[in-house]
Design a binder for this molecule. Structure first.
Ligand SMILES: [Zn+2]
Length: 191
């Protein structure tokens, strides 16, 4: 049973999760305007879980000696989400929510370009081709509630929606209906 805790924040860091600080962020131009949450999926190497490679990517620790050729191709990338939720629900934070993590790339929400500047990025360990786990949804909903308690979030959307044609995550298997208004006082991509 997932134990619900009261969310405590300090300088944009959620206190009851793993912290692995990443340098892959910029200061926000308007720290008061953190209004969107962007959901992603990621697996490294592709379709493999629990290898620790996502955490190493987000903290610039991949190197040219990686066994996996795909991982070697990522060594010069400078990216990170704010949060990463593993298949077993483990939650890790990489960047303070007061800063703009490099998670969205070229993107647009409601006509506004450059979503990194005004959004919080959450990566779910997974891919476009299989369902996410129920403990991931439990952790995600709890995290979204903690975020909405302190930031003026107006929408929860997907990388595929802010970068259409370029990105496809969180993908077909993500169940937007689990984020209905029963849990969150914000607009989501659930139709
Ligand atoms: Zn993404």
């Amino acid at each position: 049973m997932h134990k619900r805790q009261v969310a405590v924040w300090k300088n944009g860091w959620l206190q009851h999760c793993i912290h692995q600080p990443s340098p892959n962020f910029a200061p926000r131009t308007d720290p008061q305007n953190v209004s969107v949450v962007v959901l992603h999926n990621i697996s490294l190497p592709p379709f493999e879980y629990g290898q620790g490679a996502v955490q190493r990517l987000f903290t610039n620790q991949l190197n040219n000696n990686e066994d996996d050729v795909f991982l070697r191709s990522l060594t010069s990338l400078r990216v990170s989400s704010h949060f990463f939720i593993e298949r077993d629900g483990t939650l890790t934070q990489f960047v303070s929510c007061e800063d703009a993590a490099y998670h969205a790339g070229i993107s647009r929400f409601n006509g506004k370009e450059g979503c990194n500047d005004f959004s919080i990025g959450i990566e779910l360990e997974g891919c476009d081709f299989e369902p996410f786990t129920s403990v991931q949804y439990d952790q995600l909903i709890e995290l979204l509630q903690a975020i909405c308690a302190v930031f003026p979030i107006r929408a929860v959307t997907g990388h595929e929606h802010i970068a259409p044609g370029r990105k496809s995550d969180p993908g077909h298997y993500f169940q937007w209906e689990k984020l209905c208004k029963e849990y969150l006082p914000v607009v989501t991509n659930y139709q």
